[in-house]
Design a protein around this ligand. Structure first.
Ligand code: BTN
Length: 256
């Protein structure tokens, strides 16, 4: 299916819009299992995602009709498993770039791939890869962005925010999706050409709390640390009391 709203080569050209689904990642996975091979860049977008999934078995709740919840199919067969973190880099850089253009200063990437506006989360990414040998066969890139939602449940008001809350006006969801697909495709193409070092450097420059002395917690112990960057496999590099450490996802908690 050709989609003329998107001026991309492939990301979003096959766009499937659903009014309601459990999870766009699940839907894409099932479609891949039960249909003819889908074109790379297929996007599933849902108005209402009623069982959205977040990282590490968490939930992703989004008010129906107000937010972006979508999944993109990529086939990064050129990518070795030990470099899979670069998919997180490609996607979070694309989201950062698009949101920064609309919202201005204050957008950053909280390692590994949360999108933050100042001190609150505005978007999240759930990447699910299918590995074949030492390579990656398919990647489902699930993205949730808080767009026109005006309020969050009480327990999230200090932690989450939306584009509406910042701009005080609604943002067109399909136009925003088109812009994200555009930028994601362009960064993905650069990545395919091998610009690993540049992408990693740009990603590190956008990291939330980069080079700031802040509080963290590991195994119940609170300590001051400074984020310095990431390793080649995407582990978080920090200096703590002058020594260098690396952490994997969820090993370390960010405290306020
Ligand atoms: C996180 O921050 O924990 C990741 C959230 C990812 C949510 C998106 S919404 C579209 C896609 N489908 C899902 O079930 N999850 C992702």
């Amino acid at each position: 299916m050709q989609n003329n709203t998107f001026s991309t080569l492939f990301v979003g050209q096959n766009l499937i819009k659903l009014s309601a689904v459990d999870s766009t990642n699940n839907f894409l996975k099932n479609l891949m299992a039960n249909s003819e091979p889908l074109p790379e860049g297929t996007v599933i977008m849902a108005d209402h995602q009623y069982a959205g999934r977040g990282q590490l078995q968490s939930k992703w709740d989004a008010e129906p009709g107000k937010n972006l919840t979508f999944s993109v199919l990529l086939r990064p067969t050129f990518l070795q498993v030990n470099k899979q973190f670069f998919l997180n880099i490609v996607v979070s850089l694309a989201l950062n770039q698009v949101l920064n253009k609309i919202l201005g200063e204050g957008v950053s990437i909280k390692w590994p791939n949360d999108i933050y506006f100042q001190e609150r989360k505005i978007g999240g990414v759930l990447i699910e890869n299918v590995i074949a040998g030492t390579g990656i066969k398919t990647s489902i890139i699930g993205v949730g962005i808080n767009v026109n939602q005006q309020q969050f449940p009480a327990e999230l008001t200090d932690k989450a925010c939306s584009m509406f809350q910042i701009l005080q006006k609604d943002v067109n969801l399909v136009n925003l999706l088109a812009e994200i697909c555009n930028v994601m495709e362009s960064i993905y193409m650069d990545f395919k050409k091998g610009s690993y070092t540049n992408l990693k450097k740009t990603y590190v420059d956008k990291l939330y709390r980069l080079n700031e002395v802040r509080l963290y917690k590991k195994d119940g112990e609170v300590f001051e640390g400074i984020i310095r960057g990431i390793s080649d496999t995407g582990r978080l590099r920090m200096s703590i009391s002058g020594d260098d450490f690396e952490f994997s996802f969820k090993e370390v908690a960010f405290l306020n």
